[in-house]
Design a binder for this molecule. Structure first.
Ligand SMILES: [Zn+2]
Ligand SMILES: [Zn+2]
Length: 78
């Protein structure tokens, strides 16, 4: 969870700290790192009109894939 918040945004790649968006409420292993805009933004965000998501052709699973691969890269760099 905390590690996810340090990642860049999984949609637009804006550097962290990011929000941790839960794909399913309460399931902490399926969280996606998102900037404020791609997360809560009323136009760009997942909880809004998802415009940024459409520009980058992303859905939640694609974003989760980015988050997990970035987490793994961080682990490997330790
Ligand atoms: Zn973003
Ligand atoms: Zn969210």
């Amino acid at each position: 969870m905390d590690a996810v918040k340090l990642l860049p945004c999984s949609v637009c790649r804006r550097p962290g700290p990011s929000d941790a968006h839960h794909i399913n409420q309460g399931q902490h292993f399926t969280t996606v790192a998102l900037c404020k805009d791609c997360h809560q933004g009323s136009k760009s965000g997942w909880h809004g009109e998802k415009i940024m998501w459409r520009i980058h052709k992303m859905d939640e699973l694609a974003a989760l894939n980015v988050t997990l691969s970035q987490l793994q890269l961080k682990e490997a760099a330790r």
